[in-house]
Ligand binder design. Structure first.
Ligand code: AKB
Length: 344
């Protein structure tokens, strides 16, 4: 829909960028059920079943004029900034990754800063960051530090990890120090980031990520397709069920600001090796054909990510706890929904 056809200035609208992607679709489903006025922005159209739930703008988050026009036509209470190039895709086009993952984030931070100042009330800016902001130097160090804390190992090996870390730091700046040498704005925005494990959805597949081997293995098995996993069998990282990812974003967004001791929080669920992932898939789909054909470059990326992340700060500050451990994730969420999706 062209922006000029929108009704101007609904107060406390919710903006979701990258809304047609995996996290976006799951988040829209939850928020729409609560009756929020949602504006979605994505290069792609929303899937038909969600199209009626939002006012959708088809366009790029790198389009400065478009972002500025959104800012004149809506007053946002909360922005969920999900649009990003994931780690494998970003590695193929680092300059584009910087433009999408960092420069466009600055456009949105500017929008949120201007609206916070104009309203005298902080716009909440919720940002999905990633375990990719960590960089474990070698496999021995990775094994010796199975649950890294927020302030450790912040030396990402990928452009995606560097982009996410840069936006975390910029968000903290916009939240606390923005224009500190000029006239102090009436209110600063309220930036909150979550460092996610690899999210797995029963309903969508990721594109361009490097933790994708997990969901790809499972969705391939459910469709009766063979799958060659692009990392070694012993490769271990953390994963999380998509409903927990959405729950984490909504719970963090709702937390009172004074309860938060940091702007970026780890959220963890369960860790498992690619072989353990395969065993889970085989338990549900015994005929699945899953082999291992490691790709050295993508293997290097996953090897640099920690096995798990320590989420005690999120638990203490805003009561975070995942609903799905490994068994519940497969038995109650992934397998029944994926079976139904592919009807096997
Ligand atoms: C990716 O694989 O790029 C993402 C991530 C780890 O954030 N799933």
């Amino acid at each position: 829909m062209p922006l000029s056809q929108h009704k101007p200035m609904t107060k406390n609208a919710v903006l979701i960028t990258g809304a047609a992607g995996e996290i976006g679709q799951a988040l829209v489903r939850e928020l729409a059920a609560g009756g929020a006025q949602i504006v979605t922005l994505d290069l792609a159209a929303m899937p038909p079943e969600l199209a009626g739930s939002t006012t959708h703008v088809t366009g790029s988050i790198t389009d400065k004029a478009l972002i500025e026009r959104l800012g004149t036509e809506y007053s946002f209470g909360t922005i969920y900034h999900l649009a990003a190039l994931l780690s494998t895709r970003a590695e193929h086009s680092p300059a584009l990754a910087h433009e999408v993952n960092v420069d466009a984030s600055v456009l949105l931070l500017e929008l949120a800063a201007a609206q916070s100042a104009a309203r005298g009330e902080a716009v909440k800016f919720i940002f999905p960051s990633s375990k990719a902001i960590y960089g474990m130097p070698d496999l021995e160090t990775k094994a010796a530090h199975p649950r890294v804390r927020e302030d450790e190992w912040l030396h990402p090996d990928t452009v995606y990890g560097a982009n996410k870390l840069a936006v975390e730091l910029l968000g903290a700046y916009y939240s606390r120090r923005y224009k500190q040498l000029g006239d102090a704005p009436a209110a600063l925005l309220d930036f909150r980031a979550l460092r996610f494990p690899g999210l797995i959805s029963a309903f969508t597949l990721p594109t361009g990520g490097t933790s994708d081997y997990g969901p790809e293995m499972l969705h391939a098995a459910a469709q009766g397709k063979p799958y060659a996993c692009f990392v070694r069998a012993d490769t271990t990282i953390a994963f999380m069920a998509m409903p927990d990812g959405v729950k984490a974003m909504l719970t963090l967004a709702a937390a009172p600001r004074q309860a938060l001791s940091r702007t970026a929080y780890n959220v963890n669920s369960f860790s498992l090796s690619a072989e353990e992932f395969r065993q889970q898939v085989l338990a549900a789909f015994p005929e699945a054909q899953i082999s291992f054909a490691p790709d050295a470059k993508r293997q290097g990326i996953v090897d640099s990510w920690p096995m798990g992340i320590d989420d005690s700060a999120a638990r203490a500050d805003w009561g975070w706890a995942p609903d799905y451990d490994l068994a519940r994730c497969f038995d109650e969420y992934l397998v029944p929904n994926i079976r139904q999706r592919y009807q096997r």
